[in-house]
Design a protein around this ligand. Structure first.
Ligand code: ATP
Ligand code: MG
Length: 442
């Protein structure tokens, strides 16, 4: 039975009592994105495998080791099954959707954001899952460094709005195909001399894409990579100028950054700017956000040449960081009123009153378990209802009841007739006012 009662390794459930954390982060991400002019885009959970091979790059760990293929059991018309893959990231799908839907023919820049699940077959550990979630943003059309600054500023703003002002920003430039050709030569020469110690995957990368060796997770390869030539020494004039401009803009916005010439990012499509936000608060998997510019990708995928850039933030790592910092999450909505009832007629009234208040937007509960009054009140307490009403024969007869404030124990008369909704609204407003005054007093 374990197979059906245990979730797959590397996945997570979010139980209702924890969902408010996700809702806080997702709402804040959407609000922040919208302030920066980004609009939501949605695209499929799976795409043609070729899309990821082409964009993420077939010498990357993601493509070589981590992708989940999807095949239908019975392909239509006896044809070969489609070769689909669950998305390991969002940039490729968003770019595909932007091209396919003609977004890049509209007024530029186009700015999109998404909140998605991603799938990578990795070794599960804290902050590293097989199904994880990203908030991503992509900007198409601008080649200017001000766009890089804008995208970084947005990621930073989101972190700050969530109460995380100590996540460190690291930036680098990995140049364009022109300067990278020179750099590749230097890297290759360096790694050739260390060939005997490289892992088999990196030996293959040596010929095909030596920069990927810099991103290898093997400690031996990492040790070798530590002394490798750095790309910043090879930047062409244009890339160098772009990087200088970015630094100037970040400084002007008072966004602190560190330059780390070792950042190459795990995906092949990046050009020029790359960046990461890293926290020390959640252990080894501290990269909360990664991103950069990918000026060649859109053309590579068949679109008109369009400069582009973006980032993705790992939501599990973000929430873990918030938890470790004691950052505040927006509290879950609280039950405004619990209507307890005794007897069928009273329960009938409870259903009607609850419907009326819910139509006005209040959060109302009543008994659907046929419990006695005492357990009903216990339940009201447990769910933290602000007010309760008890309905019995007497209340139905007089069309009036006692509205009890659960925090203070104070009871006030309330009509169950025409003025009910207004009377309840007034009670809620005055409760809120008392709350504000109390905070003020403190
Ligand atoms: P890492 O170096 O940690 O493997 P990455 O370079 O593979 O990260 P990206 O592909 O840039 O990561 O993804 C962007 C963000 O998504 C990461 O910074 C991280 O916060 C998150 N992320 C990536 N892989 C995972 C995973 N397996 N589990 C949880 N979060 C992840
Ligand atoms: Mg990775």
């Amino acid at each position: 039975m374990a197979i059906i009662t245990n979730r797959p390794k590397g996945t997570q459930d979010v139980v209702p009592n924890e969902a408010y954390k996700w809702q806080t982060v997702e709402k804040c991400a959407a609000d922040t994105a919208e302030c920066y002019g980004f609009k939501e885009i949605r695209f499929p959970t799976f795409e043609n495998t070729a899309l990821f091979k082409r964009s993420v790059g077939d010498t990357t760990d993601v493509v070589q080791k981590e992708m989940y293929g999807v095949t239908a059991k019975s392909p239509a018309n006896g044809k070969d099954p489609d070769d689909f893959t669950l998305r390991p990231e969002g940039t490729a799908g968003a770019a595909r959707a932007a091209i396919e839907n003609g977004l890049l023919n509209e007024a530029l820049p186009q700015k999109v954001y998404y909140i998605i699940s991603c799938f990578r077959h990795e070794k599960p550990q804290a902050g590293r899952l097989r199904e994880f979630h990203q908030f991503g943003a992509e900007m198409y059309g601008s080649k200017d460094a001000s766009a890089d600054a804008e995208v970084i500023a947005m990621a930073k703003a989101l972190l700050e709005r969530l109460g995380l002002d100590n996540v460190d920003l690291f930036i680098n430039s990995i140049g364009c195909p022109t300067c990278r050709a020179e750099y590749h030569k230097a890297l290759k020469a360096y790694f050739e001399s260390k060939k005997a110690d490289l892992c088999p995957t990196c030996l293959d990368r040596l010929d095909r894409n030596p920069m990927r060796i810099l991103d290898c997770k093997s400690p031996i390869c990492q040790g070798i990579a530590a002394d490798a030539p750095v790309i910043l020494d090879f930047l062409c004039e244009e890339c160098d100028h772009h990087f200088e401009k970015l630094k100037k803009y970040l400084t002007a916005m008072d966004i602190q950054f560190n330059i780390n010439p070792k950042i190459v990012r795990g995906l092949d499509y990046y050009t020029k700017t790359v960046f990461e936000f890293i926290t020390n608060d959640i252990g080894a998997q501290g990269t909360v956000c990664g991103g950069g510019r990918y000026d060649g990708l859109i053309e590579q995928l068949g679109g008109n040449p369009t400069p582009a850039l973006g980032f993705a933030m790992g939501l599990e790592r973000l929430i873990m960081t918030m938890e470790s910092k004691g950052a505040e999450f927006a509290p879950a909505k609280k039950c405004d009123l619990y209507i307890a009832s005794m007897g069928e007629a009273a329960q009938n009234k409870a259903i009607v009153l609850a419907k009326q208040l819910r139509d006005e937007g209040y959060f109302v509960e009543f008994d659907t378990m046929n419990r006695g009054l005492k357990p009903q009140m216990k339940y009201a307490n447990k769910i933290g209802a602000t007010f309760t009403i008890v309905l019995g024969d007497n209340e139905l007869e007089t069309s009036a009841a006692k509205l009890k404030n659960m925090a203070t124990g104070e009871q006030t008369d309330i009509t169950l007739g025409d003025g009910f909704i207004d009377a309840f609204s007034n009670a809620v407003v005055s409760e809120m006012f008392d709350g504000v005054m109390e905070n003020f007093g403190n």
